[in-house]
Design a protein around this ligand. Structure first.
Ligand code: PEP
Ligand code: MN
Length: 346
């Protein structure tokens, strides 16, 4: 349930509403806004009776039931698209944000060369894994703290915000010191103890859709992070498993309009992990712009043949530059559409 108070409702009125909510056996989850307070309510009880009673309580403008199982991330809860502010950037606003970088941070030279190359080509954030979720325990597992330090150097040199993966709740504090965005990989989308810890990490969370997860499950996972105190969640479609083997995963770009109907959270696309093959990435990226995603996350490596992970799908720096050039006319249309949407919403 969401209770919107009238503008300038008094403190006593707000307090009384909270007491009524508790009398009905519900919990006040959050109180937001100053001029117009909105109270988020969770729990199990007699919704209809509670709603009717609250609507008649002084100071209440509107009390609505949220029918979706995910509450705070639903469009019912918040009609306007969420804009995340990261290191001076806005995601979900009127700039399409491209994040680029290697699958894994491998060495100082590799990350610096990539960071400088992608920044010059128009990327606004740098990706790079220091903790890698690998299918085989014998594969490269990441440089860990050393990798985080290299990402910090790359940020200092280029100004790019850092997106890096967090795999374990015990590392949240350490990774949050270095990351501007905490990436939860497809394999950890339903690591609920990690999601709960990220509720208090103080950084935006990039939540990737599990390779066998439904959109509803993705939203329930986002709800975990928000319900545990962190409203700054960015969703990412990265391809799902189907019977098709021509691509590494099947790119479900319909996730973008579907999510835009169901949630106010921004949505980006990862054509690299979807395709699994470098040559397919630029076309999928164009589709991502055209379908109205808020951004892309793309793997780029200065020497993909030598990459320790995901070389086959990583663009060379010159491929990335070419892709960014090809995206330009699509980005102009994207911007026009965004501004028209914003104007229509006023
Ligand atoms: C990655 O971004 O390198 C990665 C491991 O992605 P995903 O979790 O989508 O497989
Ligand atoms: Mn990868």
């Amino acid at each position: 349930m969401i209770i919107s108070m009238r503008p300038h409702a008094t403190r006593d009125e707000i307090k009384h509403v909270c007491e009524r909510i508790e009398e009905f056996g519900y919990k006040v989850h959050s109180i937001e806004g100053e001029e117009r307070v909105v109270i988020g309510v969770v729990g199990v009880g007699d919704v209809t009776a509670c709603l009717e009673s609250l609507e008649a309580t002084p100071g209440v403008e509107r009390a609505v039931r949220i029918s979706a199982p995910y509450k705070f991330v639903s469009r019912e809860f918040k009609a306007e698209h969420t804009v995340l502010r990261i290191n001076g950037l806005e995601i979900g606003g009127d700039e399409f944000i491209v994040t680029a970088g290697p699958c894994s941070v491998e060495s100082e030279r590799q990350i610096m060369e990539t960071a400088e190359g992608v920044a010059a080509a128009g990327a606004r954030m740098l990706r790079g894994g220091a903790f890698k979720p690998r299918t085989s325990p014998y594969d490269f597992q990441g440089l860990e703290l050393e990798g985080l330090k290299l990402l910090r150097k790359a940020k200092q040199a280029t100004g790019l915000a850092i997106v890096t993966e967090i795999m374990s709740d015990s590392d949240v504090g350490m990774v949050a010191e270095y990351a501007d965005v905490m990436q939860v990989g497809a394999r950890n989308m339903q690591n609920f103890s990690l999601l709960k810890s990220l509720g208090g990490c103080g950084r935006p969370v990039l939540l990737k859709r599990g390779m066998s997860s439904t959109i509803k499950e993705l939203l329930m996972s986002a709800e975990y992070v928000v319900a545990h105190g962190n409203p700054n969640v960015l969703l990412c479609e990265r391809g799902i498993r189907t019977f098709e083997t021509a691509t590494r995963n099947t790119f479900d770009i319909s996730a973008v309009p579907v999510l835009n109907e169901l949630t106010h959270l921004p949505v980006i696309l990862d054509p690299s992990h979807a395709a699994g093959k470098r040559s397919l990435v630029p076309a999928l990226a164009r589709a991502g712009v055209a379908i109205g995603a808020d951004g892309l996350i793309v793997e780029v490596h200065p020497n993909p043949e030598k990459a320790v992970s995901d070389g086959a799908q990583s663009l060379k720096l010159e491929d990335f530059r070419a892709m960014m050039r090809q995206l330009r006319p699509y980005l102009d249309l994207w911007k026009e559409a965004r501004l028209a949407e914003a104007a229509a919403a006023v």
